[in-house]
Design a protein around this ligand. Sequence first.
Ligand SMILES: NC(=O)c1ccc[n+]([C@@H]2O[C@H](COP(=O)([O-])OP(=O)(O)OC[C@H]3O[C@@H](n4cnc5c(N)ncnc54)[C@H](OP(=O)(O)O)[C@@H]3O)[C@@H](O)[C@H]2O)c1
Length: 333
Amino acid sequence: MLALVCPDKEQPFVVQEVPLPQVEKNEVLVQVKAAAINHRDYWIQKGQYANLRYPAILGSDGSGIVAAVGEAVNEHWLGKEVIINPAMNWGNNPAFNGPDFTILGLPRQGCFAEYVSVPVTQVHAKPTHLSFEQAAAIPLSGLTGYRALFTRAQLKPGDTLLLTGIGGGTALLMLQMAVAIGVQVYVTSGNDAKIDKAVQLGAAGGVNYTMNGWHKLLQAMVNGFDVIADSAAGDGFKNFVDLAKPGGRIVFFGGTQGPITTLNPQKIFWKQLNILGSTMGTPEEFSAMVALFQQYRIQPVIDEILSFENAEHAIRKMDDATQFGKLVLTLNK
Ligand SMILES: NC(=O)c1ccc[n+]([C@@H]2O[C@H](COP(=O)([O-])OP(=O)(O)OC[C@H]3O[C@@H](n4cnc5c(N)ncnc54)[C@H](OP(=O)(O)O)[C@@H]3O)[C@@H](O)[C@H]2O)c1
């Protein structure tokens, strides 16, 4: 089969012939119709990720058709249109991922290939209102966003939410989920046009985080946030302590801008703030996220659909943060 291979650290992706994956007991073989890129794929290509091993076939997000079933798997799966949950072996405690937790697409072969094999417990029926390309855009980011917002930060209708870096794949899906349930959402971005697009998707407003005093502009617009969700961290994070309402929840799941600097402890304890880390999610959260997309017929925003041959272009777009929405790959484009 053909696959998009990451040959080594800081090397461009290449499309090449590789062996078809084995289908073990309790697994299914999925013919991949579409796959989506996450920042994780970028970090792995850059060599900035844990337990790296090259060459690697990455791709945590995929949708497709079940082409074969392994021993002990019901044959009713054959021909089914599915999306794949990339969070594997969560463990027994819903509060945190256990020691065997892994993410599809390193160490296990991911979705940047014609076929991928996964345990049958990882596949879910593709939401009927979504194309394969749209369905491939939701698994990793949707799951991460769902747990961060609803499980960790206890977001509810009527809350006021700040989403930073709205051009990000996860931030955009969080916007769509939050707007669907009746949350008032504000955004930040490094690009004014992305704020305008977020407003078209239902955001109440936003500010550009490259402006001096951006958090003061937000304070003038909103009387505090119940929930702030971030994946940039870095220097800007300290401002969330001022932007959160007393008792507010600040949840983060990424560190794109590096370590968090100078948090004011007095403000955090006096305001009874909750600062929460979050990663991916449980199988139950994945099911709940897919159900939410189905219930509100949410269509994920796709920036561009590209061929495997153009994966490098997509990764550079992510590096420059010029995308708005998910970057989706297909073999047949
Ligand atoms: N822990 C987990 O389970 C998990 C899951 C998913 C992602 N992540 C991490 O979360 C981060 C985002 O992932 P993604 O796939 O959503 O990435 P992405 O689609 O590549 O989005 C990255 C976005 O970060 C924003 N950004 C850059 N500098 C910023 C700043 N100073 N302040 C606020 N936003 C800034 C940009 O938004 P604008 O374009 O609007 O400026 C950019 O589009 C990555 O670090 C990723 O590794 C972690």
